[in-house]
Design a protein around this ligand. Sequence first.
Ligand code: HAM
Length: 519
Amino acid sequence: MANKTKFQAIKGTRDLLPPETELWNRVEQTAREVFGTYGFGEIRLPIFEATELFARAVGGETDIVSKEMYTFEDKPSGLPDPSEVPPSDYTDAVKHAIKTGQIPATVKNRNTVAVLEFQLANLEARPEEQERAYLIWSHMAGGLQLGEEVSLRPEATASVCRAYIEHGMHALAQPVKLYYMGPMFRRERPQKGRYRQFYQIGAEVLETVQPASAKATAGGAKDAPKDAAVDAEVIEMVMTYFARLGLEGVQLDINSIGHSAPAVDGKNVCRRGYVEKLKAALEKVKDKLGADSQRRIETNPLRVLDSKLESEQGIIEKLPRIGDHLCAECAKHYAELKRQLDLRGVAYKENWRLVRGLDYYMRTTFEITARGLGSQNAVCGGGRYDGLVQLLEGPPTKGVGFAIGEDRVVLSLLETKNGSAAQGRDVYIAWMGEEAQATAIRAARDLRQAGFRVELPPVEQKFGKALGQADKLGARYALILGEDEISTEQWTVKRLADSKQEKIAKAELVEFLKRELMK
Ligand code: HAM
């Protein structure tokens, strides 16, 4: 018997179905409305980008880049499959493709071509060694980098900065305020609230600094109040948005992680100085830490503070804290951020362990959690990233932004019942008789034009069955059209919640339903 393939969504991905998609639309529409009132415009970005963009922006040592990206080679078309043509033809085709720029002229590729040619000579010169020479030849051919390495985006801040540079947005009125929404991809272990394809709604504020104040990106003090006000407004915006959605149990955590200041008198200061002290303190307790944290002492000691491992909590509490090591400018920025949040009536909790898992942050970092989510309860993360645009070969530019985990927001709304997923119908049209069908079709068209959600059964049904169906669909009213209604032009409208029935003149139906449904 032929094997039946049962196709299923790939692990960590899922279909979003009605009626839940209605809630997704509300979550997105509300973001558009709220962000619009703060002067943000939408940017739509590609789903994949050069891997190097994420490696450079997010950081090669981060979990996101080192373990979680979906990466593939964007191969050129036209190159034959090495197993299908003679080795000499394939080698020639590769040489030609490098020469014409079809495949990258990297050192590795050039060396590989040299080895391919060497093995070709072996193939021809020593018939007794042919099998081995061919194996080596084909192994080397498999190692060629045929195209650019690209990755599905694990986040979008890097793309926004790339686009900012590519479109010369530094020449626009500053700051540039952009928002985006769409799928992101990370190969994480799936669980409730954690998916491999998930959706973010994010916003970024970018401002290229003029040469006179370019020093500011390196930590100048004079911009601290202004920058902190921008940070606070961005945070206020996302909190306003969550309040508008009715998200429950929202808690905002903030921190400052300082900046990478140049050494003063040969001594590291601010974040570098702190990381040095943190590393030394971690070395002393290394034996008591788990394997992940032990590894991070070398690769990224700050991330040890993120650890959720029960056995490490007591140890982490005793570690040096970044707040005690901020330089004067960063301390000023942080104090001003708190003042600005107070001015806006935004409640926050200081959390010195909030370091975030992406390398581009400096000074302000923040995270927002909400109810009903279990361990994956962060619904938003963000912070300041001055210098990221410059790191991607753009002009000195300040940046601050956040991304909201849309999947988690929807989940929280559903769990706390603020996101009724009921799609329902406003009106179910129960009709019987040929003449009634024509009237029902016209009534459906008029009601839909007026904005009501209408279900019009395609075939005649007994009224009892039709009303049962209306109930199942969660309709609020049934419009009953039988012989009597057609001849008198007085239509029967039944409220399904309490079976209250009224006769309404055809011309008054739309106004009647508008009044009723507003109740
Ligand atoms: P992030 O903290 O990596 O930051 O992600 C932001 C939010 O996306 C998280 O708080 C979470 O709600 C959601 N999220 C992340 N991974 C998953 C997943 N596997 N499944 C479901 N939801 C997830 C960033 O991405 C930064 N680009 C934020 C930013 C913008 N910073 C400055 N500008």
